[in-house]
Each structure stands twice: as structure tokens, then as C-alpha cells.
Write a protein that binds this ligand. Structure first.
Ligand SMILES: [Zn+2]
Length: 84
């Protein structure tokens, strides 16, 4: 489980889950000897301050810390559906 803020520049210890945001990703693990690729669930936590401006996103490169675009944050607050 996570114990610190996922922002390496912050690293605030996790005391209260209600502060900040938890991100859960299903990430591919190492390929096993039998050729099967296992998946595992990884948890990341951003503290209250960091989750205001940042988010964790998953790409083909892995999980990374990204700046939250202001537009998207505003849209999610009003519940607007975004066609993708
Ligand atoms: Zn933080």
C-alpha cells in the first residue's frame, strides 16, 4: 500500500485517506516463465495540495504524474460528459 504522496517533490506521509486522492491502476507485471503476463493492482496517493493540480495517469510507458489541465478539472466538477 502507499505510505507517501506520489509526488516525489512532496512525499507527504499518508495519515488520512480523506485528504487527497487515491489512484488505482491495473498494471501489467513481468512476463512469467510460461509466457503468461500477470497483472497487478498498484495504488498511488496524492495529498490534498498535490491532487488540486496533479493527477496520476497510465500510459503505455507506465504510470506517471501529470499536471491536471484546468479545463478538464472544471468539466469533471460540472459532470459534463466528454465524448472520446
Ligand atoms: Zn503531495
Amino acid at each position: 500500500m502507499v505510505s507517501n504522496c506520489a509526488n516525489p517533490k512532496c512525499g507527504k506521509p499518508l495519515h488520512y485517506l480523506r485528504d487527497g486522492r487515491i489512484f488505482v491502476f491495473d498494471v501489467p507485471d513481468k512476463v512469467q516463465a510460461n509466457g503468461k503476463r500477470l497483472r497487478r493492482v498498484e495504488h498511488f496517493w496524492l495529498c490534498g495540495a498535490c491532487s488540486q493540480t496533479m493527477a496520476m495517469t497510465q500510459s503505455t510507458e507506465g504510470v506517471e504524474l501529470t499536471l491536471r489541465p484546468r479545463m478538464r478539472a472544471a468539466m469533471s466538477m460540472t459532470g459534463t460528459a466528454i465524448a472520446s
